[in-house]
Design a protein around this ligand. Structure first.
Ligand SMILES: [Zn+2]
Length: 85
């Protein structure tokens, strides 16, 4: 069964920390919420064309786990939480 990867939109000021990507995965988002800044975990990978089920693509930075999951499934979904400033 395909595993959903939740992504969160970044504020413009954070995009440079995310290799220029517009979104980060749930796990990078949570780490960012705790520390107040984006820490690129080992194995984090920029995916400029992360694709959702409806075919939309997003520029996203994935942690290692999401990067592996994405290669298997490609089911990216946009989280409803507010933009992280
Ligand atoms: Zn992740």
């Amino acid at each position: 069964m395909a595993q959903t990867i939740w992504i969160h939109r970044l504020a413009d000021t954070k995009k440079r920390e995310a290799d220029g990507m517009d979104f980060v995965c749930e796990h990078l988002f949570q780490a960012m919420t705790e520390t107040g800044k984006l820490t690129k975990l080992d194995g984090a990978n920029a995916v400029p064309n992360a694709e959702s089920k409806d075919g939309s693509t997003y520029r996203a930075l994935f942690c290692e786990m999401c990067d592996k999951n994405y290669n298997r499934s490609g089911h990216v979904r946009l989280a409803k939480e507010p933009v992280l400033a």
